[in-house]
Design a protein around this ligand. Structure first.
Ligand SMILES: Cc1cc2nc3c(=O)[nH]c(=O)nc-3n(C[C@H](O)[C@H](O)[C@H](O)COP(=O)(O)OP(=O)(O)OC[C@H]3O[C@@H](n4cnc5c(N)ncnc54)[C@H](O)[C@@H]3O)c2cc1C
Length: 371
């Protein structure tokens, strides 16, 4: 059976890698649309510090965190920028304690429930000690700390998945898919916007936020909206960035440092912009303002690059995974919003296991909820 994957962000690339390694015939069609989310992603891999409470999401995110080391092993011949590092959630001096307390209560309650065992515990740390760990950090009032988060370079990861899948026979093509074709009640392939037909008896839609338009002709509105994220890459001359903990402020922003001195600060989370993957004066101001508030030591850093991505966010905040109801052999992997670099590879694994081995995907993530 020939499978066509539409979209070569992290979801499509992982699906291609898994299918090709299972000996399946697979072709992946992708154009790097402006706004591709994986290309803009920061790279934080840490379910343990997330204050999301939905139990289905937490279970998925925790399993996704455990899935990463196996993926890293499978791609051991490639540089994907994966590395372990700590993470700290910080309340800056002068900030009201409410939001910090709410996060702490959620994390401690989850920990104490024992429902999601983790290798380490989230715990409060002395702000003075934390400033020793991160020399650019400002005046912290309180901090929570988890010692074993991770970072990954989304671009390098997708490239590695591509090379690995190609080495196992997958075909990658640069093409914009116009529509999925069904003939006599069966999936027959896709047609590109240039009218070119590519045959395939099975189609996986992994086209990020654009998945909605591809599935809509089958009568299902996937409930996906683009959440724009603007993010900056800085370079600091202060030594030791590779060892600095990831910093998370209380306003949804974060600062992630890399061994080469790169410091990524982001990101805006804009929910009402539509398909508009460009930078705004307000967005860039917000990103830098928040970065300097938490880490004033970043002020002299060199600005290397700005990136912008459209996170594929579902209306209920949960990923959309599995078979499209009523359309045999049409599958979807999307809807990860701000957590796709973490959850994506495991989500793709769940969908491929459902497709090839008949395993169940948790019903909370089924596209059926949009019927
Ligand atoms: C600023 C920012 C920071 C982030 N930071 C993190 C983080 O630290 N940790 C984390 O876990 N997550 C993070 N995320 C979220 C994560 O990046 C996304 O959830 C994830 O990358 C989504 O991957 P995807 O493959 O579903 O979609 P995408 O990466 O958007 O890929 C979809 C692909 O499909 C292609 N495509 C679309 N339509 C068609 C078509 N018709 N034909 C062919 N190709 C098509 C697109 O061009 C694109 O290449 C961040 C996102 C942003 C924007």
């Amino acid at each position: 059976m020939r499978t066509i994957i539409v979209g070569g962000g992290l979801m499509g690339a992982t699906a291609a890698h898994l299918l090709a390694r299972r000996g399946e015939v697979v072709e992946i069609l992708d154009v790097k649309q402006p706004g591709n989310a994986t290309w803009a992603g920061a790279g934080i891999i840490c379910p343990e510090i997330s204050a999301v409470t939905d139990p289905d999401y937490v279970a998925l995110a925790m399993a996704a965190g455990r899935y990463y080391p196996g993926l890293v092993d499978a791609l051991s011949g490639y540089d994907i920028g994966f590395g372990r590092t700590a993470i700290a959630k910080v309340r800056m001096a002068g900030e009201e304690p409410g939001a910090f307390n709410r996060s702490r209560d959620i994390l401690y309650a989850r920990q104490n429930s024992g429902a999601f065992p983790t290798r380490h515990a989230v715990s409060a740390v002395d702000p003075a000690w934390l400033r020793e760990q991160h020399p650019l950090l400002g005046d912290v009032a309180e901090a929570l700390y988890y010692p074993e988060a991770a970072r990954v370079d989304g671009r390098k990861l997708v490239e590695a998945l591509r090379w690995d899948s190609e080495a196992h026979g997958a075909l990658w093509a640069d093409a914009l898919v116009g529509r999925i074709i069904r003939e006599s009640g069966r999936i027959a392939g896709i047609e590109t916007v240039d009218g070119e037909f590519r045959p395939g008896e099975r189609v996986i839609v992994a086209a990020g936020f654009w998945s909605r338009a591809l599935v809509a002709p089958f009568g299902i509105d996937l409930g996906l909206t683009p959440h724009r994220g603007q993010i900056v890459h800085l370079r600091t001359s202060v030594a030791g960035a590779g060892q600095w903990p990831i910093l998370e402020g209380l306003r949804g922003h974060y600062i992630l440092s890399w061994p080469d001195g790169r410091v990524v600060a982001g990101a805006t989370r804009e929910t009402d912009t539509g398909d508009a993957p460009f930078f705004t004066a307000e967005g860039q101001h917000q990103v830098l303002d928040e970065a300097f508030r938490v880490a004033p030591g970043l002020r002299p850093a060199e600005v290397r690059e700005w990136r912008v991505g459209l996170r594929p966010a579902s209306t209920d905040g949960l990923p959309i995974l599995g078979a499209v109801p009523g359309v045999e052999d049409l599958w979807v992997i999307t809807g990860h919003g701000a957590g796709g670099l973490l959850c994506g590879p495991y989500s793709a694994h769940l969908v491929i296991a459902a497709m090839l081995d008949g395993e169940a995907v948790p019903t909370a993530f089924s596209p059926r909820r949009f019927v």
